[in-house]
Design a protein around this ligand. Structure first.
Ligand code: KG4
Ligand code: ZN
Length: 347
């Protein structure tokens, strides 16, 4: 079985071709960061307009790279939510139109299920059940993944996501949008122990997070800098912020392994590309005899290959979209069900 997948939920336009026997044949991506940089964040209307321009050429590139013609395909998967509704509709409408023209079934995929299943593209994939730490720009969740489509939410953030903590702090430090990777690079040059930021919610039981207080700590530290302070001083603040976020995520992830009795941890989502987070999680898991799995770096952030993995699992089981076009700005992850032979209703 071979399918084409599209991703357009936020500010990345992407297309991929995945084959159940030959693996990932191609993936193509265009990031809109330059388009949104001047505004310091994603402008939904600009995102939709740009997806409309980019998606079709990306489909062509991925199909060419995969040596695939429409007749080779068995279906099309696309991100149906959650995300920016206009952006989602561009991918959904294109997927449904191509599928109608080519006589193929489609399947609308939950973006976070894509992130959760991205490590299945790696040569040594995780098995189920496992604990997943999903850390992106919009979400911070611990999930017990019992199987594809069988996700129990163990805990999530009460306010800002981990990616937001990085992005908002980066803005306060004067770094360009999106700040996470820039802050991580600056933090490499920072000294440990110059600033001590709080580890939110660690003193309480449970698996919830709260990151909104950290940006206030960063704001105070930035304001307290002497006028002559430069990159070295800002790097110390970046280092302290990164350590506070990473320590909190790692402690709660270990607590989730403890509480579920599981010994496998998947880390996915954009913040999963953070090298301090990866290193610290590996070390902590090793001490408990547990293993950490993650997607390759380029598949931590948004991409279509991960949508293809989820799409293949569902289309292969016989699941298909109903007749309408599916796109949902909000879509709770734990409302998903394992792949079925049923038709999913458009909403
Ligand atoms: O998963 P993703 O591409 O988009 C969402 O679905 O949100 O995640 C983007 C987030 C942004 O907040 C970005 O700053 C953050 O992931 N991010 C990082 C790193 N790379 C991306 N945060 C910290 N360190 C990184 N290396
Ligand atoms: Zn994402």
């Amino acid at each position: 079985m071979r399918l084409l997948a599209l991703e357009s939920s936020c500010d990345e336009s992407a297309a991929a071709v995945l084959d159940d026997r030959r693996g990932l044949l191609a993936h193509a991506l265009f990031s809109q960061v330059d388009l949104h940089r001047a505004y310091g964040g994603v402008v939904p209307e600009l995102a939709s307009r740009d997806h409309v321009q980019r998606l079709l050429p990306l489909v062509q590139t991925a199909m060419d790279e995969a040596g695939t013609v429409p007749a080779d395909l068995d279906g099309i998967a696309y991100t149906a939510g959650p995300g920016l509704i206009g952006a989602l509709l561009t991918g959904a409408a294109l997927a449904r139109s191509l599928a109608t023209a080519w006589g193929l079934p489609t399947i609308g995929i939950h973006h976070l299920e894509g992130h959760l299943l991205a490590p299945l593209l790696e040569p040594d994939p995780p098995t189920f059940p496992h604990v997943a730490l999903l850390v992106s720009g919009g979400h911070t969740m611990l999930i017990e993944a019992r199987g594809i489509g069988d996700y129990r939410l163990l805990g999530e953030t009460r306010d800002d996501a981990a990616g937001e903590a990085f992005d908002k702090s980066a803005k306060l430090l004067g770094l360009p949008y999106p700040g996470g990777p820039h802050l991580a690079r600056l933090a490499e040059r920072g000294r440990a122990g110059v600033h001590e930021f709080p580890r939110p919610m660690l003193d309480r039981p449970g698996l919830e997070f709260s990151f909104s207080g950290l940006k206030t700590a960063v704001l105070h530290a930035v304001r307290a800098l002497p006028a002559e302070a430069g990159d070295a001083e800002r790097a110390d603040i970046a280092r302290a912020l990164e350590e506070a976020v990473v320590d909190t995520l790692v402690a709660k992830a270990m607590r989730a392994l403890e509480e579920t009795g599981l010994d496998a941890l998947v880390v996915s989502g954009g913040v999963g590309a953070n090298l301090r987070l990866r290193g610290t999680l590996h070390a902590a898991a090793r001490r408990r005899g547990a293993r950490v799995y993650h997607p390759r770096l380029e598949f931590c952030t948004d991409n279509a290959a991960m949508i293809a993995v989820a799409g293949l699992a569902r289309l292969a089981a016989g699941e298909r979209d109903g007749p309408g076009i599916r796109a949902r700005a909000r879509w709770p992850l734990d409302s998903l069900r394992p792949p079925t032979t049923a038709r999913s209703d458009p909403s």
